[in-house]
Ligand binder design. Structure first.
Ligand code: NAP
Length: 350
């Protein structure tokens, strides 16, 4: 992707501290979980070294769980939600960051133990920030966000297990489940750009044209992977990126070719795994766990470097749309209902 222009340092006087700004905050109260907009001042932010003017955040499945209280995400209360953020450093007492630097924060405890990105301003630990890759604007980086980072980790895990695009005819397929969601859409785009033949499993056949545009060679109804998994099935997939879990993941493993690999990313369909050991002991299939949170700095950097080189800019724009943060509650309900297509970038200043 073309590098974006270097961010000029904000002139003195710009980004003047607003007296108050809105932030979306969850609190564990004796009467239950409460989440909503509150007005904060800079003095309310944690006393941490790097003050960031946030431009964009994003919506991930985990954000949906935190906003609605349907998942136990926050581990401190009160908590500013939002697991992703991109913006510009306003102040830093840490040598790694300076005023005017464009930065990115992805997961690593944001919205769990550290205040996150659903705010116009945030004070952060430097360990949670990295320089924004030159290839991306803050908005594009949030089009990727945790979902795209996870999709790249899944691709890297499959390749660490030995998978390569097949040149033979017909090339064996890589299955992607939860195809029209955030991780699924970006996994399809990344795999297809690298030359893999992708079979996209979706419960939304009306999105067939969208999935083909991302690069999927074949669209398959997700019901095909929903039944009771057999111990082993005919070998079909060279590999898979799974966002659904449960019977879907077990069915994928049962039909993965000898020596193939499956990257387990998500649980949109359930957290159980009704599995036999046969795929592992008879076919040497690998099940690769993907955690975007527990990922060391070297792997993190390698993944962003690959995203900068391999994420097609046009596809990224086609996959994402911008919404105002003020719509976070209905958007969170929609992502938990499996109704979000691709990625939602959140404009925290709207
Ligand atoms: N491991 C990690 O570090 C990590 C990081 C990010 C996300 N995740 C997990 O990955 C999953 C996807 O995240 P996301 O942000 O991409 O969410 P998302 O945008 O909501 O995508 C999930 C997709 O799964 C499918 N789906 C939803 N409900 C389903 C059901 N009951 N049964 C079968 N399929 C269903 C839908 O795709 P179709 O309509 O196309 O069927 C939906 O779009 C989530 O479980 C999330 O927690 C994990």
């Amino acid at each position: 992707m073309a590098p974006n222009a270097a961010a000029p340092a904000p002139p003195a006087g710009s980004h003047a501290a607003p007296a108050e700004f809105p932030a979306f905050i969850a609190e564990q109260q004796p009467q239950g979980y409460q989440a909503g907009f509150r007005r904060l001042r800079d003095a309310d932010l944690p006393p941490l070294p790097v003050l960031v003017a946030i431009e964009y955040s994003s919506l991930n499945y985990k954000d949906g769980l935190a906003v609605t209280g349907r998942g136990k995400i926050i581990r401190r209360s009160p908590m500013v939600l939002g697991i992703d953020l991109a913006g510009t450093v306003l102040e830093s007492s840490d040598a790694r960051f300076h005023r005017g630097d464009r930065v990115l924060g992805i997961g690593q405890g944001l919205s769990e133990t550290d205040w996150g990105g659903y705010s116009r301003r945030q004070r952060l630990r430097p360990e949670l920030l990295m320089p924004l890759p030159e290839a991306f604007t803050p908005r594009q980086a949030m089009g990727i966000g945790t979902a795209g980072f996870t999709a790249m980790l899944a691709l890297m895990a499959l390749e660490e297990a030995g998978l390569r695009p097949e040149r033979g005819e017909p090339a064996r397929e890589i299955a992607v489940t939860g195809a029209a969601g955030g991780v699924g859409s970006l996994a399809i785009a990344l795999l297809a750009a690298r030359g893999y033949r992708v079979a996209a499993f979706t419960g939304r056949p009306q999105l067939e044209a969208y999935l083909h545009r991302l690069g999927a060679a074949r669209i398959v109804p997700r019901a095909e992977l929903a039944g009771t998994p057999p111990p082993l099935a005919s070998e079909r997939w060279a590999g898979a990126v799974d966002n659904v879990g449960g019977a879907t993941l077990a069915n994928l493993l049962a039909a993965t070719v000898a020596g193939g690999a499956v990257a387990a990313c998500g649980l949109a369909g359930g957290a159980d795994l009704p599995l036999s050991v046969y795929p592992f002991i008879l076919r040497g299939v690998r099940l690769q766990g993907i955690s975007s949170t527990h990922c060391g700095p070297e792997k993190r950097q390698a993944a962003w470097q690959r995203l900068a080189g391999e994420m097609p800019a046009k596809t990224l724009d086609a996959v994402s749309r911008v919404e105002p943060l003020s719509r976070i509650v209905p958007l969170s309900q929609a992502i938990l209902d499996g109704q979000i297509q691709g990625r939602v970038i959140l404009d925290v200043n709207a």
